[in-house]
Design a protein around this ligand. Structure first.
Ligand SMILES: Nc1ncnc2c1ncn2[C@@H]1O[C@H](COP(=O)(O)OP(=O)(O)O)[C@@H](O)[C@H]1O
Ligand SMILES: [Mg+2]
Length: 229
């Protein structure tokens, strides 16, 4: 079922060819290029109030899917969850700063600090897995700090973490916050029951994702990320 929904959410957004229009601005954000694509959005690079930013342009199908599931506008949801992480004690260092969102009218978008880095997946592959232990420790710390702040189900995987150099030290940063945590909207009544009875803990999924963080098999099967750096 999940796979089917993901397939439906994937849409092709061709680059503007002959006779096409370039997207150059949304409100007061100037669009300067394209950075990547995820299941829910196309991500552009932009300038906003003298800042270098990213603009997530949500796909219509993702906006609809989210509204059906959660009854809250996707751009607003991601902005607020991003802010919860950014404001949690100790986490700002590991989180792209949310700046603004647009959810009225035909365009749904999130403006976020642009991270100048390399996705963990690529970073790890380029080094044949020889990454500093401290980097993995930072990833663990992110989960620890999130849990201390009551934030769970971080949607942690190697293509949702950007490695950014901070004074020469590689630091992992999160930027993708549109995932609805499983304890907020359990996938099915069985999971809801397990949560309610305490057989399944809110932290459990993050711990599993941490254990599987270097298992890239599922990620690499997913073609929607293929143009990402
Ligand atoms: N703040 C950011 N800075 C730089 N690149 C970003 C940023 N946010 C997203 N990206 C790029 O866009 C891609 C898709 O973004 P993501 O938030 O993962 O989308 P989705 O929610 O659809 O999975 C990322 O893999 C990354 O390459
Ligand atoms: Mg993502």
């Amino acid at each position: 079922m999940k796979r089917k929904l993901n397939r439906e959410r994937r849409q092709i957004y061709p680059e503007s060819g002959e006779g096409g229009l370039e997207l150059t601005a949304i409100g007061d954000v100037r669009i300067t290029g394209r950075l990547g694509e995820g299941v829910t959005c196309v991500v552009c690079r932009g300038e906003w109030r003298d800042r270098d930013v990213t603009v997530k342009l949500y796909k219509a199908s993702a906006v609809e899917w989210h509204a059906r599931r959660h009854h809250q506008e996707l751009a607003e949801f991601e902005y607020r969850r991003n802010m919860e992480f950014y404001e949690a004690p100790g986490l700002a260092r590991y989180v792209a700063r949310p700046l603004a969102y647009l959810s009225t009218g035909p365009v749904s978008a999130l403006v976020q600090e642009r991270l100048d880095g390399i996705l963990y997946h690529r970073y790890y592959r380029d080094r044949n897995g020889e990454v500093p232990d401290s980097l993995v420790e930072h990833v663990r710390r992110i989960i620890e700090l999130a849990h201390e702040a009551g934030l769970y189900d971080v949607d942690l995987h190697a293509r949702n973490v950007m490695v950014v150099s901070e004074y020469g030290e590689p630091i992992p940063k999160l930027f993708d916050f549109n995932y609805i945590p499983f304890h907020v909207r359990p996938r099915n009544p069985f999971v809801a029951l397990l949560l309610k009875t305490g057989w399944l803990g809110r932290r459990s999924r993050d711990f599993r994702k941490l254990r599987e963080f270097h298992d890239f098999k599922r990620l690499e099967k997913n073609p929607v990320h293929s143009d990402n750096p």
